[in-house]
Design a protein around this ligand. Structure first.
Ligand code: ADP
Ligand code: MG
Length: 467
């Protein structure tokens, strides 16, 4: 199905040149993304559209935007519009209130205008949303911004009589906004056809799955031809959402709005994973430290407090090093941090808990001396570097005993377009967490690792272990 979908995808994008905008590699693109905490993962990601006028929207739409009094696109709009306008699939992770609705509606309107389908044969754009309230809000936005472009929209949700909803459908609409339950009811009555839908939006996907709509969504999607563009919006990025994204989207570009350490493997960070035995670790660490520019700040992670102290003592003979962990008094911690900040002691050895919340801007290198006790911590750790526009480097020592994390680590490396060491793939397919998972990891790697998927959006992780 993927192959099919791909070839029709290129046919779709064929007659739709990307809008004029700054070149993707323009320094201003990087600056804009940094300023607005935008992280993108995927191939050929276009530059953000930073003003309404440069989006290539027709005058009718610009007029509505002006009337609404908006001065500039929100970050999620700026970055997801050009992707959607190129007919690429989008995964957008952003909090509520960030302007996601217009983020997908306006490109959807352009899509409708381009295709000129007869609305009496069914909608061209379908938006799925979890609740009646959300669906009606989206409809309001669609009506308001689509009016002068003569785009017709309606809303289908439960808890209200079907009659008026069916009448709207019979008259013909370009856009249907629906909750999955009611849409399925109407599909079963054969009162709507989804054969013309070629722009599908899953809004608040995480909430829809929380509410148990997954089977309904999958059933609806079966009625939509694979020749379509799919956009998924979500506030969080748990496994369930990643799985449905994997099944329904094709090579999506992933756009995340948020602070760097909330993000997965930010591509600004080079991730080196080295398979190593415990006995080789210290020598290799010293080698890495010697190869750094003098004064570069390096943060080293260990699992235990004792190991932290021990390693700092060993290193301090050759390099200025100190340790920070939960057994240190507040005044000791402050002293250690100020020496680290000032560069007097540029190497800091820490546990996960101690490193949490450290606000140190210019860490160049993070070294995972011990692999963390969860893949989430891996992401949090490497997120300490590459901040504030700096490029960061992470080194991770990976031993046989860490093999159960091999498959997860591979996913993260691939999601950030990083090199995946062959031995790690071998390890994942030998040991790890059960056959299914490992086989999957191997396949992904064989596909070239270009899938844009990030794997560490964790909803509310507190209580870290390890110190
Ligand atoms: P989300 O879906 O991310 O929660 P919404 O799409 O509901 O956010 O937008 C939140 C509010 O911001 C809405 O009232 C919307 O009209 C408004 N809005 C959307 N885009 C802009 C913009 N570019 N500038 C100012 N306000 C905007
Ligand atoms: Mg919304």
């Amino acid at each position: 199905r993927h192959d099919d979908h791909n070839s029709s995808r290129s046919a779709l994008s064929h007659h739709h040149p990307p809008p004029a905008a700054a070149a993707a590699d323009d320094p201003s693109t990087e600056a804009y993304r940094r300023r607005h905490e935008i992280t993108v993962v995927g191939d050929n990601v276009p530059a953000p559209i930073t003003s309404f006028e440069s989006g290539g929207f027709p005058p009718e739409i610009l007029k509505e935007i002006q009337r609404a009094g908006f001065s500039s696109p929100t970050p999620i709009q700026a970055q997801s519009w050009p992707i959607a306008l190129q007919s690429q699939d989008v995964v957008a992770i952003a909090k509520t209130g960030s302007g996601k609705t217009l983020g997908y509606l306006l490109p959807g309107f352009m899509h409708i205008k381009r295709l000129q389908n007869n609305p009496r044969s069914g909608p061209t754009v379908l938006v799925l949303a979890p609740t009646r309230e959300l669906a009606t809000q989206i409809l309001e936005e669609a009506v308001k911004f689509g009016r002068s472009s003569r785009i017709s929209s309606t809303c289908l949700y439960g808890g209200a009589p079907k009659g008026p909803q069916l009448r709207d459908l019979d008259r013909g609409v370009d856009v249907v906004v629906a909750t999955p339950g009611r849409l399925n009811d109407i599909l079963e009555m054969r009162r709507i056809s989804l054969k013309q839908v070629s722009y599908l939006v899953l809004d608040e996907a995480d909430r829809m799955l929380d509410m148990g709509f997954e089977p309904q969504i999958r059933k609806i999607v079966k009625d939509i031809p694979p020749r379509r563009q799919t956009l998924m919006y979500t506030a969080t990025w748990p496994k369930e959402v990643r799985r449905i994204a994997d099944d329904l989207l094709v090579h999506p570009v992933q756009v995340t709005i948020g602070s760097v350490d909330e993000l997965v493997a930010n591509s600004a960070i080079t991730q080196n994973v080295e398979l190593i035995t415990p006995l080789e670790k210290l020598r290799r660490l010293e080698q890495i430290l010697r190869s750094q520019d003098s004064g570069s700040k390096v943060l080293i992670f260990c699992t235990t407090k004792r190991m932290c102290d021990q390693l700092a003592r060993t290193l301090t003979r050759q390099f200025g090093a100190s340790a920070i962990h939960g057994d240190k008094s507040q005044s000791e911690r402050e002293k250690v941090l100020s020496h680290f900040r000032s560069g007097r002691s540029p190497i800091l050895v820490a546990t996960d808990v101690a490193a949490r919340g450290l606000d140190i801007k210019d860490i160049r290198v993070v070294i995972n001396y011990d692999f963390p006790t969860g893949i989430e911590d891996y992401v949090h750790r490497i997120g300490r570097t590459g901040r504030a526009g700096a490029t960061g480097v992470a080194y991770t020592f990976f031993c046989d005993q860490d093999s159960k994390y091999a498959a997860d680590l591979i996913k993260i490396l691939e999601g950030a377009n990083q090199r995946v060491p062959r031995d790690l793939v071998d390890m994942a397919s030998r040991g790890g967490r059960g056959r299914k998972r490992n086989r999957w990891a191997t396949t992904r790697s064989d596909r070239g690792g270009s899938r844009s998927e990030l794997d560490s959006r964790y909803s509310g992780r507190d209580g870290l272990s390890g110190s």
